[in-house]
Design a protein around this ligand. Structure first.
Ligand SMILES: Cc1cc2nc3c(=O)[nH]c(=O)nc-3n(C[C@H](O)[C@H](O)[C@H](O)COP(=O)(O)OP(=O)(O)OC[C@H]3O[C@@H](n4cnc5c(N)ncnc54)[C@H](O)[C@@H]3O)c2cc1C
Length: 383
């Protein structure tokens, strides 16, 4: 049986970053991924993911975001590839709504450069937007998007350069504590390690059953619509957005990589799923939800459908992440429950997982992300 300092279970967004940061510390590390690297079955595909400093979800994310930006830029230098594109970001909602108020508060607390725009100022400055009266927006110039599959490839390639071993198309079927270390069983072999880093996304509860009530997979749908006026939706003139309106909370991107303005709705049709049984077809009612929103708020983007894809969120009860040691097995670290807003943090989560695996604690403040906040949890290993 091969032995490693650390095994990373799942080489998606978080696992690829953990692998890289462990390899950077000269640890002998193995990453195991059940699908291709990268693939379209999990949570990290669809070309792009928003990154932004203004963070209405909680101001405590801002220091992590600063470090995430720094690490993304370092990774770009390492692999000599552009991974992060700056467009500015818009967080919009009614002026007394959570998105506007939370975003503004995070900017004020952390002294982030920003501008407050009413609907008229926003529509005039970025004419792809046609928001109605009563909507207020925070414009933060550092927002933009990451090329998500390219980020995974970059982390994996950089980790391999440092000696990491990576196995695609190999499924972990179980793991158990063995003394102070772990043993991992796959459909191809057995491995042992001093540390196990679990980054298995929507499959978290299949590998740590006690995560079932804490990290619930949910079906999502993404659409790309070809604008009737594409010039309004190109990178230099169209900031990424998060927006809460009466139809729900939506996010969107300028045209990039493939044809079309990209749009999605948080918690789409609220369909909790088993990731191995999920309906991966996109249906007319999925598309209609996104088309209706686009036609009302971005009318010049609501042309013919270009692409439709399904994807998976994994939601915690409070929509904050789980970044912690296993409560009973300190040789096991867990990164789970990214609740639809995790990708921008992959770079810093990789660093945090390497900290936890190496020393049992992190230089970053992880209070918001502890398993203890949910009360007593027994994270028994899978059998
Ligand atoms: C439609 C959509 C839009 C989003 N938009 C944004 C956004 O704009 N900005 C943002 O920051 N975040 C966004 N997110 C959230 C973000 O993409 C996720 O939080 C992030 O991708 C989660 O990464 P992960 O590593 O946990 O999951 P994944 O990347 O899915 O990785 C988990 C990996 O574990 C592997 N695995 C599971 N079980 C096993 C096993 N038994 N053996 C081996 N391998 C296994 C899986 O195959 C997978 O590759 C969005 C998510 C979706 C779905």
């Amino acid at each position: 049986m091969s032995r490693y300092d650390a095994i990373v279970l799942g080489v998606g967004g978080m696992g690829s970053a953990a692998l890289y940061h462990l390899a950077r510390r000269r640890l002998r590390v193995l990453g195991i991924e059940r699908y291709n690297i990268p693939h379209e079955m999990g949570s990290s595909h669809g070309l792009t993911r928003i990154i932004r400093l203004a963070y209405y979800e909680h101001p405590a994310y801002v220091p992590l975001l600063r470090r995430a930006y720094e690490l993304w830029r370092q990774l770009e230098n390492t692999v000599q590839e552009r991974l992060l594109i700056i467009t500015g970001s818009i967080d919009a909602s009614p002026a007394d709504g959570e998105v506007f108020k939370g975003s503004k508060a995070s900017c004020d607390i952390h002294h982030l450069p920003h501008e407050v725009l009413d609907h008229g100022e926003l529509n005039a400055r970025f004419p792809g937007y046609q928001l109605p009266q009563g909507i207020a927006a925070v414009y933060q110039p550092d927002g933009g998007f990451l090329l998500s599959e390219r980020c995974i490839v970059a982390h994996v390639v950089a980790a391999q350069e440092l000696g990491a071993e990576v196995h695609g198309q190999e499924r972990v079927v179980g793991w158990e504590a063995m003394g102070h270390g772990v043993e991992v069983r796959t459909d191809r072999g057995h491995y042992s390690a001093d540390r196990l880093v679990i980054c298995s996304g929507a499959w978290g509860a299949k590998l740590v059953p006690a995560l079932a009530p804490l990290a619930a997979p949910e079906r999502q749908v993404l659409a790309w619509f070809q604008p009737t006026r594409p010039a309004l939706f190109r990178v230099p003139v169209f900031p990424v957005f998060n927006m809460a309106v009466e139809e729900g909370r939506y996010y969107g991107f300028p045209i990039y990589g493939i044809p079309g303005f990209k749009v999605g709705r948080y918690h789409h049709l609220q369909q909790r799923v088993d990731p191995d049984q999920m309906d991966r077809e996109v249906h007319r009612d999925d598309e209609e939800v996104l088309r209706r929103f686009t036609a009302r708020y971005f009318p010049a983007a609501a042309g013919p459908t270009m692409s439709l894809k399904t994807c998976l969120f994994t939601n915690t009860p409070d929509e904050h992440f789980i970044l912690d040691l296993h409560p009973e097995l300190p040789q096991v670290c867990i990164a789970a429950g990214f609740s639809g807003h995790g990708f921008k943090f992959c770079s810093v989560v990789g660093e945090i997982m390497a900290d936890l695996a190496q020393t049992g604690h992190s230089r970053h403040n992880l209070d918001l992300f502890s398993l203890q906040r949910f009360g007593h949890t027994t994270c028994a290993p899978s059998v």
